[in-house]
Design a protein around this ligand. Sequence first.
Ligand SMILES: [Zn+2]
Length: 98
Amino acid sequence: MQLITCPWCGPREENEFRYGGQAGLEYPADPAALDDEQWARFVFFRDNPEGAFAERWCHDAGCRRWLRAVRDTRTYVFAETRPYGSFPRRSARPERSA
Ligand SMILES: [Zn+2]
């Protein structure tokens, strides 16, 4: 089993953690201005890169804190883990598709 390094607890077995999806998404600044398609895009659409991917993980069976990790989606190797909030945020880009 793979080890994930919790920033507070150190290396722990992967089964102590819960995946929390893509990291760095911002809630829409003006949610009332979004139409249904924009909401659907914000709620359901996520990046799916081949390679480095920023993710949220929770150390459920340990300190129960959220962390952000960069994991390679091709190899499943974690390049880094940091306390939640230490990576730059980016827009969820709720604009319409072409
Ligand atoms: Zn921990």
